[in-house]
Design a protein around this ligand. Structure first.
Ligand code: ADE
Length: 343
């Protein structure tokens, strides 16, 4: 079961249209990921000068950092259409073949969660990416043969949260590969300022500081920042006559259960369990999950990455350990292992 947390990087049900309105559409509007944007600008300009489609691009990194947005931005810069699909949707080779044969010259095909393409479907991708052709088997047994279909040159953009799960034959066929990094607070503040403007919120005077408070709680993720902004906007409209203040941000995010570091109740429960039941660790994720009555994979995917990133948690060979920062943030006893410098 997918858990819907206000601080989740994944898109939530019904959120798509709200996000759509806040997305940058051109490369010049894109804030952050400076290295990637620099590389893309060159690749786009070079392709346009040669009147060729842009090279295939592989984007990896945590959810909510802008992979789909970048696919649209690339399409807009290249002046082509963008088709969005995902690995799990392309479950049969025929799904992929029909998608590919509908592409026009230079179109962008974005495949999200590309690591979930079934191996039998993935094999069709190789000649499609390399030579813009697909070999479709027809008949079987004695009459087995393949028919070659020529495709119009296109750009594939593959996205994944799990770079390690991409097979090397697939990975090697991308001309550009880039890891998206978490956004700085300054970048998130710039994004929030832009979004607040688009939402018609007044961003004068003290509201800059209020937006900075949201930025700090957004876990380096624009999707979370924009979601928190919408919650704060609702709260301001109902309780504060529409104008933004630091006090209002604090109150509305407290109502959402989001603390100053962007941690929510699940993150706090994880740290309290590690502290209270396992004396700060080391403890295995399975044991922590069983105690919390949660799924171990869920904890690994949606709780631990951010706690590791902000240094509240360390992973050792013997298991997970709460750090001094993690304990102190929640007013928990500093684990003795940490005090003795044993890890
Ligand atoms: N909205 C969401 N992500 C953004 C980004 N990287 N730049 C500008 N606006 C955004």
């Amino acid at each position: 079961m997918a858990i819907e947390r206000v601080v989740s990087g994944s898109e939530q049900a019904g959120e798509e249209s709200a996000n759509w309105a806040l997305r940058p559409t051109r490369i010049g509007e894109y804030i952050g990921q400076a290295d990637l944007i620099g590389r893309l600008e060159i690749a786009i300009r070079a392709a346009l000068q040669r009147s060729e489609p842009m090279e295939h691009v592989m984007l990896h990194g945590p959810p909510g950092l802008g992979k789909t947005t970048l696919a649209h931005v690339i399409g807009a810069e290249m002046g082509t259409r963008v088709y969005i699909t995902s690995g799990p949707v392309l479950s049969k080779a025929t799904d992929l073949v029909s998608r590919l044969t509908q592409l026009e010259q230079g179109d962008v095909l974005f495949i999200d969660e590309i690591h979930r393409l079934p191996p039998a479907v993935e094999e069709f991708m190789y000649p499609a990416m390399e030579d813009f052709r697909i070999d479709v088997p027809v008949d079987s047994g004695l009459h087995a043969r393949t028919v070659q279909i020529t495709l119009k040159p296109f750009t594939l953009i593959g996205a994944t949260t799990r770079a390690g799960l991409i097979s090397s034959p697939l990975r090697s066929r991308f001309g550009l590969a880039h890891h998206l990094v978490f956004y700085s607070e300054a970048e998130l503040l710039a994004i929030l300022t832009r979004s607040a403007g688009l939402l018609g919120m007044s961003v004068t005077g003290k509201s800059g500081e209020a937006l900075a408070l949201i930025a700090r709680r957004s876990r380096g993720t624009p999707r979370i920042a924009n979601r928190l902004l919408r919650r704060v906007r609702d709260y301001a409209q109902v309780k504060g006559g529409g104008s933004l203040s630091m006090d209002l941000v604090r109150k509305s995010l407290e109502l959402e259960g989001v603390d100053e570091l962007g941690l929510d109740e699940l993150d706090r429960k994880y740290q309290r369990t590690l502290s209270g039941v396992f004396k700060g660790g080391p403890a295995g994720v399975e044991a922590i999950a069983a105690t919390m009555n949660e799924d171990a994979r869920t904890l690994e995917d949606v709780v631990e990455p951010y706690l590791l990133q902000i240094g509240h948690l360390v992973r050792t060979r013997r298991g997970r350990m709460l750090t001094r920062a993690g304990a102190e943030h929640l007013g928990l006893p500093v684990p003795t292992n940490v005090e003795e410098g044993l890890f």
